[in-house]
Structures are given as structure tokens and as C-alpha cells.
Write a protein that binds this ligand. Structure first.
Ligand SMILES: Cc1cc2nc3c(=O)[nH]c(=O)nc-3n(C[C@H](O)[C@H](O)[C@H](O)COP(=O)(O)OP(=O)(O)OC[C@H]3O[C@@H](n4cnc5c(N)ncnc54)[C@H](O)[C@@H]3O)c2cc1C
Length: 248
């Protein structure tokens, strides 16, 4: 058992709901996702002096914005299926809907997983009592709309799973839906050389997409692998920039 998983314990069958075949409890790290993204952005822009430019690219080739561009990391998530130059047919969307609720009485995460079934209650650290209630795992569905019947289903399932949630103190704050960037066979982290112009000029690309429903959990490992694939090229780039320290 990984040393990251503390207090691992199998729950006795008698203590599980009748429909559950197996259950465990353990202590693990929980991220506040929006806060984590802000932290990473701050670390990159302040700690490493990286300039962030938000711009839509029309193809993978067009990400080579000048002749000096030596390397492109392709981390386009769901767009990898259709973006010219990538067009990976193994990519597909997996929709989920969640509720952001105020429920300060909840202090630990509870989840129930089954085939195409997801019910979870996850307190958000550092949010003054907010919890995420979910969810859905709809393969091939890509609408960003939210549906009231799904909100009802999530409330019904999470409250029956965790009695403390079924209280007047629980207040629905917002409902969201999101699309997980899934990929048959799992994420793609690889280095390749592509043609970037009609004159067959070559460009190096690190593909890094297809994290599915685990981009926050697996993102650091994927990024480490992605950087290691291009270590030699990166060393060359960084040696010209005194200010940079190793990225990971
Ligand atoms: C309901 C739900 C619950 C989830 N729960 C968890 C969880 O518990 N744990 C976990 O680890 N993960 C979870 N995830 C999954 C997690 O959100 C994703 O794995 C993660 O966001 C993927 O990150 P990414 O950077 O690879 O892709 P994305 O976050 O999709 O980022 C791709 C980026 O590429 C940009 N882009 C695309 N095309 C172009 C273009 N042509 N030009 C320029 N930019 C472009 C997009 O604008 C976007 O910013 C959940 C997701 C959902 C929807």
C-alpha cells in the first residue's frame, strides 16, 4: 500500500449499505481545485517569471509562433480530438454535473463508485464550509448545460449516503457541469516530431492530454513525465536564461 494512503481500513460488510460490495476508509490529500489552479499560475508567473499569453491556436502547427519556437507542449484536453494536427480519435468527452453547497457540518469525504455510477461528497479545504456534491459520469456527452433533474438526483443520492448532509444547514450555492477529457487507453504523454510547414520544417511536440477524471490527481506526474521527455531541449533553452531554475 502506498505510503500516501494512511489509515487504510476495510469496512466490515455489516457496516456497508446492502447495495455495496466493498468499502474502505483512508486518510488522503484533498485539493480545492480553483485555489490549486490559482496557486500554480501564481507559482509560474511569480516564482519562475513565466509570461502567460491566452490565445486560441487554429492548429498544432500554428502553436509554433516563430522560427525560434523550439518546443510545444500540447495540453489541450478535450480539444485534442478535433484540433488540426492532433485529431486523436481515441479522445472522447465524459460529462459530469456537480453542486457547490454550504455544509459546514461535513468534515470528511465520502464516495460511492460503481460501473458508470458516481456519488460523492467532498469538503473543499480553505473554503469556510463549502462542499462539492456529485455526480455523473456520462461517456460521450459533451453538453455544458446543467439539468434540474440531475441536481435532484445528486441531492437525493448524497443525502441518503451521508445522513449529516440531510440538514437545514445544507444550502445549495451553485450547480455546474464539466467535461472530463477522456481517452481510450488512458492519457497520452509522448514526444514527437511533426512537420510544421510546407517546406517540411520540423517541430518538437510533447503531447500531454487525456487525463479524464483524474487531471488534478495525475497532473503533476503527467507534467513531470512530459518535461522529462524533452529534458535535453529544455536544458538548451534554459541555459540561455540565467533567471530560470529547474521547473520540477
Ligand atoms: C465533474 C468533474 C469532476 C472531476 N473530478 C475530478 C477529481 O475528483 N479529481 C481529478 O483529479 N480530476 C477531476 N476532474 C477532471 C479534471 O478536471 C481534468 O482531468 C482536468 O481539468 C484536465 O486538465 P487538462 O489541463 O488536461 O485539460 P483542460 O482543463 O480541459 O485544459 C485544456 C486547456 O486547453 C485549452 N485549449 C483547448 N484548445 C485550445 C486551442 N485551440 N488554443 C488554445 N487553447 C486551447 C482550453 O481552453 C483549456 O484551457 C473532474 C472533472 C469534472 C468535469
Amino acid at each position: 500500500m502506498s505510503s500516501y494512503l494512511k489509515n487504510y481500513k476495510v469496512i466490515a460488510k455489516d457496516d456497508l449499505p446492502a447495495v455495496c460490495a466493498f468499502g474502505i476508509t483512508f486518510t488522503a490529500v484533498t485539493l480545492n481545485a480553483p485555489m490549486h489552479i490559482r496557486y500554480l499560475l501564481q507559482k509560474l508567473s511569480q516564482g519562475y517569471d513565466i509570461r502567460v499569453v491566452r490565445q486560441k491556436v487554429s492548429s498544432l502547427q500554428s502553436a509554433f509562433i516563430s522560427r525560434e519556437t523550439s518546443l510545444v507542449f500540447n495540453c489541450t484536453g478535450n480539444a485534442a480530438r478535433c484540433l488540426p494536427g492532433v485529431e486523436d480519435p481515441k479522445c472522447f468527452p465524459t460529462r459530469g454535473q456537480v453542486i457547490l453547497a454550504k455544509a459546514g457540518q461535513i468534515s470528511c469525504s465520502v464516495m460511492r463508485h460503481g460501473r458508470d455510477y458516481e456519488t460523492y461528497v467532498i469538503p473543499r479545504p480553505g473554503s469556510n464550509g463549502n462542499v462539492i456534491l456529485g455526480g455523473f459520469m456520462q461517456k460521450g456527452v459533451s453538453t455544458g448545460d446543467t439539468f434540474s433533474e440531475e441536481t435532484e438526483s445528486i441531492l437525493e443520492r448524497t443525502k441518503s449516503m451521508l445522513a449529516d448532509l440531510d440538514s437545514p444547514d445544507t444550502e445549495v450555492l451553485a450547480v455546474f457541469s464539466g467535461i472530463r477529457p477522456s481517452r481510450e487507453g488512458g492519457a497520452r504523454v509522448s514526444l514527437e516530431e511533426i512537420d510544421i510547414s510546407k517546406t517540411q520544417q520540423k517541430g518538437l511536440v510533447v503531447q500531454n492530454y487525456g487525463a479524464g477524471g483524474t487531471g488534478f490527481q495525475a497532473g503533476h506526474g503527467m507534467a513531470t513525465d512530459a518535461v522529462m521527455l524533452a529534458e535535453g531541449v529544455l536544458q538548451n533553452i534554459l541555459s540561455g536564461h540565467e533567471k530560470f531554475r529547474p521547473l520540477l
